[in-house]
Design a protein around this ligand. Structure first.
Ligand SMILES: [Zn+2]
Length: 81
């Protein structure tokens, strides 16, 4: 991902609080700052891209995938338990 694209995807979020993660919907671009981290969220990741509830419904996605990114926009693998 280029720095410019990454900047656009992370603009509009509040400052990330410890123990939290930002969420972005790749379909409609809706953003939610500082959501509680789940157990699958990698500690390095600051952004998780996953379909929001509205898009899940309109696309009929039952189990949407999640893409994680660190503060530099590098992809981070999901934690496997
Ligand atoms: Zn959405």
């Amino acid at each position: 991902m280029t720095a410019r694209v990454w900047q656009l995807r992370t603009s509009g979020f509040r400052k990330l609080m410890p123990g939290h993660i930002h969420l972005r919907c790749p379909h409609c671009g809706r953003k939610q700052s500082n959501m509680r981290r789940g157990k699958y969220d990698p500690p390095k990741a600051m952004l998780a891209e996953t379909l929001c509830e509205r898009c899940c419904v309109s696309l009929g996605a039952l189990e949407p995938g999640v893409e994680y990114y660190d503060a530099k926009g590098n992809s981070v693998a999901e934690v496997t338990l």
